[in-house]
Every structure is written in C-alpha cells, then in structure tokens.
Design a protein around this ligand. Structure first.
Ligand code: SF4
Ligand code: SF4
Length: 183
C-alpha cells in the first residue's frame, strides 16, 4: 500500500467512532440493511472497501455518502461494530473540508435545517423547506403547495416560527462548533 492509500484510510480511522474501519470483514450486512442503498453509486460496504483501498477521489466525488439518512440500521447490525453510519458522516465532513462538490442537494438541506434550529431553537418546517426549495428548485415548491396548504389548514404545521427561550446560548454553541471553539 502506498502513502496516498494509507493517508486517506488513516484520516478516516483517526475520527472518533471510525477507528474500527480496518476490522470490516466485508460481509455486506450494512449494504443489505441500508434503507437508501439503491440510490447509492457505491453501497456502504463498497465505500468502506474503497476507503481502505485509498480511493479518495472516487469516494468523495460519489453521491453515496450524501444519501445516508442516519437510520443507523447498519450500526445496529454490523457484526464487527464498525459503525458505517459514523464513517459516512465523517466522509461528508472530509469532503466538505477538502473542497469536494457534493453531487446532491444534501448540503443545502443540512444548512437550511441548521439555520432554522440556530434561529428558532427548533425546526420551523415551513421556513426550512421554503429556504431549501428557493435555493435548489423553486418550481418543486409549487408541487408541494397542496401538501403545505393541507398541513397548515389542519394545524399540523405552524405558519410562523415558534422560537424557544435561550437561543443566544444556542447561537454560542453553533458558533463554537463552526469555529472550533474560538471566540
Ligand atoms: S456490516 Fe460491518 S463488517 Fe459487514 S461489511 Fe458492513 S461494515 Fe463491514
Ligand atoms: S445509517 Fe446511513 S448507511 Fe447506515 S443503513 Fe442507514 S442510511 Fe444506510
């Protein structure tokens, strides 16, 4: 194995809860359990094999890691306690840090979701989805209009945000997370 191969593997293995990646026996239970794997360019099992083979660009340019929906079935069922879900999210962070451009809209959704929490202290569904659609595909919002109207009419989704107390503390937490703790 050359240095490029081991550097990527070591980078992943050094992230908390990803340290057992080398103990994967490629049984495929994670891929068989994964709720979204049919949409992945490479299944979770393959992604783990590719990380171990040092295929950094192929892994970080693929759509696979971005389709993990954190159902944690893979973590619960993995016979070697590898925690594939944690590895997928670690790879997302490595991809963003490394300037890779995700081939999905997942990051826009993550950011809209986080902004909604940061501002209101809880998710404000209407505002969060509106922001997401305006940034990705405003026409898709039109298709969702009947559902949104039904939810609003049945009081299943508030039109205005309900802000919790202490959002200033929450903002400090967000700031510390995004800056690594420096203020
Ligand atoms: S279930 Fe665990 S051991 Fe099996 S392929 Fe997936 S990560 Fe590897
Ligand atoms: S946590 Fe992610 S990788 Fe694991 S089974 Fe669920 S969607 Fe698939």
């Amino acid at each position: 194995m050359n240095n490029g191969h081991t550097a990527f593997l070591n980078e992943v293995a050094s992230i908390p809860a990803c340290d057992k990646i080398n103990e994967c026996v490629q049984c495929g239970v994670c891929s068989g359990s994964c709720t979204t794997a049919e949409h992945w360019e490479y299944t979770p099992r393959k992604i783990i094999a590719m990380v171990r083979a040092g295929m950094k660009d192929e892994v970080l340019n693929s759509n696979s890691i971005w389709y993990c929906v954190s159902c944690y079935l893979c973590n619960a069922r993995c016979p070697r306690d590898i925690k594939p879900a944690n590895i997928m999210h670690a790879l997302e962070a490595i991809a963003l840090k490394g300037g890779y451009k995700p081939p999905t809209k997942t990051t826009t959704m993550y950011r809209s979701f986080a902004r909604s929490i940061e501002k209101n202290g809880r998710i404000y569904e209407f505002g969060f989805m509106l922001e997401y659609f305006l940034k990705t595909n405003p026409f898709a919002a039109l298709k969702m209009l009947p559902l949104a109207l039904s939810l609003l009419t049945h009081k299943r989704m508030p039109l205005l945000p309900k802000v919790v107390k202490g959002t200033d503390q929450l903002n400090k937490m967000f700031h510390n997370i995004t800056t690594g703790g420096s203020r």
